[in-house]
Design a protein around this ligand. Structure first.
Ligand SMILES: Cc1cc2nc3c(=O)[nH]c(=O)nc-3n(C[C@H](O)[C@H](O)[C@H](O)COP(=O)(O)OP(=O)(O)OC[C@H]3O[C@@H](n4cnc5c(N)ncnc54)[C@H](O)[C@@H]3O)c2cc1C
Length: 447
């Protein structure tokens, strides 16, 4: 039998590998990172000595448990770190890593590719000193460095408070936390957030801690302009529409997360629009099984629900895969996992309600604001593509003026481009369509 291939060694991929090994299989596990762990449980390079409690805070026990269990798999899996899956074809999966270019026969495929920051264009967002929120956390978690001496955090989502807290705890000066969501959004979301009281309590703790330590926290903010050649400050409007400026030498910007779905697209998985997450997502069953083609999805790459949900989903998808291969499956354990997923989904919906995507920023963006940084496409160019050129969907706009055509393949600008397209036409976001995935999903050497 052709080997099972797991893409991603975050909580979802690691849990899937553990489950498949328990079912008597030896999967290939491919991850482009140097060490297994994924985003939340990202490990620093060998030789770095920050202890798990400093790196992962309240998640330290979960991180250590998964790291140890995964490392103990040894050669019961074929683990390929620092290896990118850059293309999926009907009969092959293409890798680029320390062994160079490798073609694997395509067996059952379990995609656990996680998420990345969700970005919106703000005037000056590509200047030196502006980082995505997740990127600012990666710098701290993986390398033990801060992105600046005096850092402002702007955007929305639970990561905004978590990363600001982590920076402050690590000794950086946090200039401000500027949340685009209104305080009332969080209050209204409480009934849904109560699905996970421990996580809710943690979020409230981060907010309280930042305030208690004198960090200015503002809600209902609209960021306007990043100043300086390299960042010197950010102007923003407060909830009362008053102009403010926060001075800083680095800015972390992020508006939630987006699922990393290109490989699912290349693998032929159908997509459906999720109106709450405002993204086209792989159309899978409750266990993560795609309708055809022996493809399974788990974790944030299927829908953003957080680390504990990713681990549960990884187990569920692996059980589905094992069952489809005719292996015996403990159905009671599977049903328990399904029950947990329902609770995670409720909490995730609460987060989406507490931290709504501030899509109105696109209406006030100036024509000169960069939308697609790889191809230097501005908001004004996109307005022209829709208005004068009549691009009827986002792929047509891509053909006309190239947003999403560059190195990142729309991974950074794609959702903002779709949202802008829909707003310019006065339609709901699903009507813009979605940028289709293309190989290579990330840059690979020409050779
Ligand atoms: C930058 C960032 C920071 C985050 N920090 C936190 C946090 O501190 N706390 C928290 O609760 N949640 C955090 N989250 C959310 C968190 O990522 C998840 O909920 C959880 O890690 C999801 O697990 P996962 O296994 O689905 O994906 P991930 O943990 O994201 O793992 C996905 C893995 O897939 C690999 N991968 C993706 N595409 C490819 C490819 N083409 N080829 C090879 N490998 C590939 C990646 O290298 C990665 O290791 C963060 C998210 C992001 C994006």
């Amino acid at each position: 039998m052709t080997a099972v291939i797991i893409v991603g060694a975050g909580p979802a991929g690691m849990a899937a590998a553990l489950t498949l090994v328990e079912a008597g299989l030896r999967p290939i596990v491919v991850d482009e990172a140097q060490r297994a762990g994924g985003q939340i449980f990202r490990r620093p390079p060998p030789g770095f000595t920050r202890p798990p409690a400093a790196l992962y805070g309240a998640d330290a026990a979960a991180a250590t448990r998964l790291h140890l269990a995964f490392d103990a798999l040894g050669d019961r899996i074929d683990y390929r770190p620092q290896t990118l899956v850059w293309a999926v074809e009907p009969d092959a999966v293409h890798l680029q890593g320390p062994q160079g270019r490798v073609r694997l026969d395509r067996g059952p495929l379990l995609l656990a590719t996680g998420a990345t920051d969700r970005l919106l264009p703000v005037d000056g967002w590509t200047k030196p000193g502006v980082f995505s929120l997740g990127g600012s956390q990666v710098a701290l978690k993986a390398q033990g460095v801060a992105i600046g001496r005096r850092v402002a955090f702007c955007g929305t989502g639970p990561l905004l408070y978590l990363v600001a807290y982590q920076y402050a705890k690590a000794g950086a000066e946090v200039a401000a936390v500027l949340d685009t969501s209104a305080f009332g959004d969080g209050i209204r979301a409480l009934p849904l957030l109560a699905a996970d009281p421990a996580k809710l309590a943690r979020g409230i703790y981060y907010l309280g801690w930042l305030r208690a330590h004198g960090v200015p926290v503002h809600h209902g903010v609209r960021p306007l302009t990043v100043h300086g050649e390299s960042v010197t400050g950010l102007t923003w409007r407060d909830a009362g529409r008053r102009l403010n400026e926060t001075r800083c030498d680095a800015l972390a910007l992020g508006f939630g997360l987006r699922s990393e779905t290109q490989l699912a697209d290349l693998a032929g998985v159908p997509f459906r629009f999720d109106p709450i997450r405002r993204q086209y997502l792989p159309d899978i069953d409750q266990d993560g099984r795609a309708p055809a083609g022996a493809v399974y999805l788990a974790g944030d790459g299927a829908a953003v629900r957080g680390a504990a949900a990713a681990e549960t989903a990884g187990r569920l998808a692996a059980l589905a895969l094992a069952a489809d291969l005719g292996r015996p499956v403990d159905t009671a354990a599977r049903d328990a996992l399904r029950g947990r997923m329902a609770r995670f989904e409720r909490f995730a919906r609460g987060l989406d309600a507490a931290f709504p995507f501030p899509v109105d920023l696109l209406d006030t963006a100036t024509d000169d604001t960069l939308l697609c940084r790889c191809e230097a496409v501005t908001v004004g160019t996109m307005r022209h593509a829709v208005g004068e050129l009549g691009a009827e969907d986002v792929n047509r706009a891509k053909a006309f003026v190239r947003p999403g055509m560059g190195r990142c393949q729309g991974r950074m600008c794609g959702l903002a481009t779709s949202e802008l397209h829909a707003r310019l036409r006065g339609l709901p976001p699903d009507q813009a369509g979605r940028l289709r995935g293309q190989a290579p999903v990330k840059p690979v050497p020409l050779a």
